[in-house]
Design a protein. Structure first.
Length: 255
């Protein structure tokens, strides 16, 4: 039995759509007794409607860059210390961030300093929560944030690492965005958690951006050809889409 773990945005969701060919390839892969996982920085509530619309079959859904693992109706969540989360939220309000939000592992809040020229999570039909509500719950799985440019993002990432690096993981997810998860919780750590509880012959991963780097390096990693150039340096397995990845796995050339 094999496990294939795919990033979502820019990998499975490529050019703003999931192709029918990829969906069919996933179904055939699973029909052979293998398992398929989606691994994303998104929270559950802003991806589940989209997956249901595509009628996509999967075995595991890893959200919040590893802080929430979903199988069926069962959730396993990891949380940031609530006082640390409050301090990070306060810092974001003073920072160069355009938009940031918190997640409780299912839903998100959003704090906007400017009007974005694009929409976030347009296919989600869930209502957003207030930041105060999530903080009062005492359950923060992670943060997302969007910046005007790379310089602002890097400046903020450096500050977060220097001041909160012992309590959280600061993950650069694109040239304009940062995700934050609990310390020690990453995409690869959650894949390892799944792997420890199953007898997989091989574990494969595929992604397109630097927040996929840890899982590309930790397992049999593939990179999307249209994705981040730096990421492609860490694997010889470069493919155009998930279909090509599954075809290469099925060929038997990668153990």
């Amino acid at each position: 039995m094999k496990l294939l773990c795919s990033d979502y945005d820019g990998t499975l969701l490529l050019n703003d759509r999931i192709s029918k060919r990829d969906i069919n390839a996933i179904e055939a892969f699973r029909n052979k007794g293998n398992k398929f996982a989606i691994v994303t920085g998104r929270t559950y509530g802003v991806i589940i409607d989209e997956l249901n619309d595509y009628k996509l079959s999967y075995d595991y859904l890893i959200c919040n860059s590893g802080a929430s693992i979903v199988r069926g109706n069962a959730f396993i969540k990891s949380f940031i210390d609530i006082d640390v989360a409050k301090n990070i939220a306060n810092y974001f309000k003073k920072s160069e961030v355009m938009v940031y939000g918190l997640s409780n592992g299912i839903d998100i809040s959003r704090y906007s300093k400017v009007q974005l020229d694009f929409k976030l999570y347009t296919k989600s039909r869930r209502e957003e929560l207030s930041e105060e509500f999530i903080l009062n719950q005492g359950e923060v799985c992670g943060f997302f944030s969007i910046f005007k440019d790379k310089a602002d993002m890097l400046k903020t990432a450096q500050h977060l690492k220097e001041n909160f690096g012992e309590e959280v993981e600061v993950l650069i997810s694109s040239d304009r965005s940062i995700d934050i998860s609990p310390k020690g919780v990453t995409k690869s750590s959650s894949i390892n958690y799944i792997g420890k509880n199953n007898e997989f012959k091989s574990i494969y991963t595929i992604g397109d951006s630097l927040n996929d780097l840890d899982m590309i390096k930790s397992f049999h990693g593939f990179a999307i050809a249209s994705g981040n150039q730096e990421l492609r340096k860490y694997t010889q397995q470069i493919v155009n889409n998930l279909y090509e990845c599954i075809e290469r796995i099925n060929s038997g050339g990668i153990k």
